[in-house]
Design a protein around this ligand. Structure first.
Ligand SMILES: Nc1ncnc2c1ncn2[C@@H]1O[C@H](COP(=O)(O)OP(=O)(O)OP(=O)(O)O)[C@@H](O)[C@H]1O
Ligand SMILES: [Mg+2]
Length: 355
């Protein structure tokens, strides 16, 4: 009998509860978490479309792996561009697949009727009302009961471990794939912010252009990203990598050795733009905020903050301002969403009110 009661109390009853999921719909990577369980999925935001039958057949990692290697009838689609949904149907198909992969296995804990889903989703602060609505629509289309949208910099700052409700400004720079979001947050809101649409993905294109011009070589997108990840560092380490591409001269395969210094040169203007924008935010901030920024420093997060020595590079360029790296840099936004989801009052306070 006792055994039965114990078993029964472990069962999750759908009519008593909803399942809360959190989504970070990043340009390069999508993350999904389940309340009380943690992150259940992190996959590239890529799909493969079979154009002949108009059906999506590759999702996430498997789609990213085949970029540049697909036959004519398959098109690789990136449904999110600069943090904004640009291909609605593709995004629905991708999230449906990801929920199936990441969330559905958890549903076995609900043996009778499946509980309705509530979703907490981060949206970039530059998203227009229509773009925010599109995010909500994607999830409603997938059967989600309620969607709570949260401004992404707020979630990211929470994920960095800050109490964003204190009147003590924090400066967070999220160096992502599609956006570089910089925000000073205080008292539960954004005090000052700037966003660059030229982030990690754009850097891959700059590398492509540079190698094209300097070496007369055409490279694939994946190789350009690999060059950035493997060679770029700010620790004075000069690394090299041999790459093979197509010669501009005769269209034949050609190999070239690329160095860290090449990648830095290719990205110099982009790196300067990031630093200049941080300086601009500081210049535009009220004196009390500037004082706090000097006291507390700047926190870097997002995929590009994995570049080794990037904190030292920022420190050197920004003089006197302490720059540090967030913990768990690939998961700060989703961790922040989970922190918000744990507290009903925070969720109500931070959710974006859509008309
Ligand atoms: N070690 C590394 N060195 C350099 N770049 C890296 C490294 N690791 C990841 N990146 C880059 O980080 C970017 C992805 O970052 P992230 O996962 O934070 O983006 P995202 O959250 O999907 O996009 P966004 O938040 O901009 O919408 C990619 O451009 C990737 O190449
Ligand atoms: Mg991101």
């Amino acid at each position: 009998m006792l055994h039965f009661i114990e078993k029964f109390s472990n069962l999750k009853l759908p009519f008593l509860t909803t399942l809360q999921i959190c989504l970070d719909l990043g340009t390069t990577n999508t993350r999904i978490a389940i309340k009380d369980k943690g992150v259940v999925l992190q996959e590239p935001t890529y799909l493969g479309l079979n154009k002949k039958v108009h059906e999506y057949i590759f999702f996430g990692q498997e789609a990213k792996r085949i970029v540049g290697k697909v036959p004519e009838f398959i098109k690789i689609v990136k449904p999110v561009v600069n943090g904004i949904i640009s291909e609605f149907d593709a995004q629905v198909a991708l999230i449906q697949n990801f929920i199936q992969k990441g969330v559905a296995p958890y549903m076995v804990n609900y043996p009778f009727i499946k509980p309705p889903l509530d979703a907490i989703v981060a949206v970039p602060s530059i998203a227009t009302e229509i773009e925010q609505k599109a995010v909500e629509e994607v999830l409603l289309k997938l059967g989600v009961r309620k969607v709570f949208l949260i401004e992404r910099p707020l979630a990211t700052a929470m994920g960095c471990g800050f109490n964003i409700f204190m009147h003590k400004p924090v400066f967070v720079v999220d160096l992502g794939g599609g956006l570089i979001e910089m925000a000073v947050i205080s008292g539960g809101g954004i005090v000052m912010q700037k966003t660059l649409r030229t982030a990690g993905d754009h850097m891959n294109k700059l590398i492509y252009n540079y190698i094209h011009l300097k070496h007369g070589l055409i490279l694939g997108e994946a190789t350009c990203e690999e060059l950035k990840v493997r060679l770029l560092n700010f620790t004075n380490e000069e690394k090299t990598m041999m790459v093979r591409g197509k010669s501009l001269e005769n269209g034949l395969p050609k190999s070239v050795k690329i160095r860290t210094s090449d990648i830095k040169e290719a990205l110099l203007s982009q790196l300067n733009l990031i630093i200049d924008t941080v300086k601009e935010i500081i210049e535009l901030s009220p004196p009390e905020v500037v004082d706090e920024i000097f006291n507390r420093g700047i926190v870097l997060t997002g995929g590009l903050s994995n570049i080794s020595g990037i904190d030292a590079f920022f420190t050197e360029e920004l003089k006197n301002i302490k720059v540090s790296l967030a913990e768990n840099r690939d998961l700060t936004t989703i961790s922040g969403l989970m922190r918000i989801g744990r507290r009903k009052d925070l969720l109500q306070r931070l959710k974006i009110q859509l008309p």
